[in-house]
Design a protein around this ligand. Structure first.
Ligand SMILES: Nc1ncnc2c1ncn2[C@@H]1O[C@H](COP(=O)(O)OP(=O)(O)OP(=O)(O)O)[C@@H](O)[C@H]1O
Ligand SMILES: [Mg+2]
Length: 254
């Protein structure tokens, strides 16, 4: 064990110098993440999943999002969940109610790893019905996925773009919420104008699927209602007519 750690320190010193674009990016990573996260990152680098890590795009309360390149020089997003996140109890509740994750152990590290795996699996399922980043790999608390953007910039969030036809946009999102629920048995759970990106052709990309749960989860219907409400509020401010109750019933009844 001691040797393995020693070996890790050596490898990390050497590899992390090459892996991070700048020493600031490397310091920023080391200030936030623990030893086991560095180990997971090193393994992903040794597998060629990540070659170069640029700075962070955004830091949320549970995760930090980095831009990176793979060995094939494909640009990707590396989303790293913080092992010390305070909302661990909430995460556990969301996991336990989901039949796919019912038997998860309850130590912090395992819960966060399963949370990361849940986002990976949700993205896979969601990609059958909506545009969303293709999940490429996960390891411990690190998720690697397709980058939705251009060069070094993610596409803008829905909240920051001008909407040409809000009525049509609203209908399209509700139809997709319905397909996600009825065909993939999934609810996004944190859907809003903050978690949708708009590409240069006006196509909506759904992101941030970590809260998503199976529709048998005890709180799934509540989350579905909230998603519809958030979306309705947004499109209504843009001038669309919406009816949350009616649309909720329509989704639930298939
Ligand atoms: N696949 C992606 N392609 C481009 N940009 C992305 C991608 N994933 C995330 N981003 C950018 O990073 C930001 C934060 O990502 P995300 O919404 O997944 O995390 P978060 O809101 O911090 O989530 P959490 O609440 O799970 O910590 C997004 O708003 C977006 O700008
Ligand atoms: Mg988000």
């Amino acid at each position: 064990m001691k040797d393995e750690n020693f070996d890790f320190e050596e490898r990390w010193r050497e590899e992390s110098r090459k892996m991070f674009d700048t020493s600031e990016a490397r310091k920023a990573f080391q200030n936030v993440f623990d030893h086991s996260t560095s180990m997971a990152l090193l393994k992903l680098s040794e597998q060629g999943v990540i070659k170069k890590l640029y700075g962070t795009i955004e830091s949320g309360k549970e995760s930090v999002v980095f831009l990176a390149d793979t060995e094939e020089d494909e640009r990707v997003i590396v989303k790293i969940y913080m092992n010390r996140a305070g909302s661990f109890r909430e995460m556990k509740k969301y996991l336990r109610g989901d039949e796919r994750f019912r038997n998860v152990k309850d130590d912090r590290r395992t819960v966060i790893q399963e949370w990361c795996k849940k986002e990976f699996r949700n993205l896979k399922k969601a990609s059958n019905v909506v545009k969303c980043p293709e999940p490429l790999a996960f390891r411990d608390n690190i998720l690697v996925m397709e980058f939705v953007g251009e060069e070094f910039s993610p596409y803008p969030k829905l909240k920051d773009v001008e909407i040409e036809n809000p009525q049509q946009g609203y209908k399209q999102v509700i139809d997709n919420i319905s397909r996600l629920w009825n065909e993939e048995e999934l609810v996004h759970g944190d859907l809003s104008e903050y978690n949708m990106l708009v590409d240069d052709k006006g196509v909506l990309w759904w992101i941030d699927f970590s809260q998503g749960v199976h529709f048998n989860h005890p709180e799934a219907e509540e989350l579905l209602k909230r998603d519809i409400k958030n979306i309705a509020n947004f499109f209504e401010r843009q001038g669309a007519d919406t009816d949350v109750e009616k649309d909720y019933k329509r989704v639930i009844s298939g």
